[in-house]
Ligand binder design. Structure first.
Ligand code: CU
Ligand code: ZN
Length: 169
């Protein structure tokens, strides 16, 4: 009886570890920023659906990336590191064949400073060595030009979020 219980205890964690199919990042403003929002990242056919809302922006384009560290502890967001780049690719736009996995491009804020996001990213993954779980999401002051290495010249960091496991729908 006691042995059976021990075996169950060892087997249980693996049996309960269902694959992660949904993640979420709550975006927190950096110092001197009022930018907030949230982004969900859901596994779908063909990649990961990126959906959410960012508020408090100036109207127009703002660089939007997954950065290598889910560390939003520094006032300027710099602890999130560089763009998440598990394949060693150059920086580029989201439609490029070779790019950082974290190159999600830009979000576009309307006249009210709100950006709505909803598209499927073909490179993002919630599993394996290139998993985005635990990485950081950064929204930038300026637009990503998809050219300047290695950042897209998007400027400072307005908001930072950590990609965490969310309850599957
Ligand atoms: Cu960035
Ligand atoms: Zn990049």
């Amino acid at each position: 009886m006691r042995l059976a219980a021990a075996v169950f205890a060892l087997a249980a964690p693996a049996a309960l570890a269902a694959p992660v199919t949904k993640a979420v990042a709550s975006l927190v403003p950096t110092k001197d920023s009022n930018v907030t929002g949230s982004v969900s990242l859901t596994k779908v056919t063909g990649g990961v659906r990126v959906a959410g809302r960012v508020a408090g922006l100036t109207p127009g384009l703002h660089g939007f990336h997954i950065h290598e560290y889910g560390d939003c502890t520094s006032p300027d967001g710099s602890a999130a590191g560089s763009h998440f780049n598990p394949s060693g690719a150059p920086h580029a736009g989201p439609g490029a064949g070779m790019r950082h996995a974290g190159d999600l491009g830009n979000v576009e804020a309307n006249a009210e400073g709100v950006a709505s996001i909803d598209y499927v990213d073909a490179l993002a993954s919630l599993e394996g060595e290139a998993s985005i779980l635990g990485r950081g999401v950064i929204v930038h002051v300026g637009p990503d030009d998809f050219k300047t290495q290695p950042t897209g010249n998007a400027g400072g960091r307005l908001a930072c979020g950590v990609i965490g496991v969310a309850k599957a729908e």
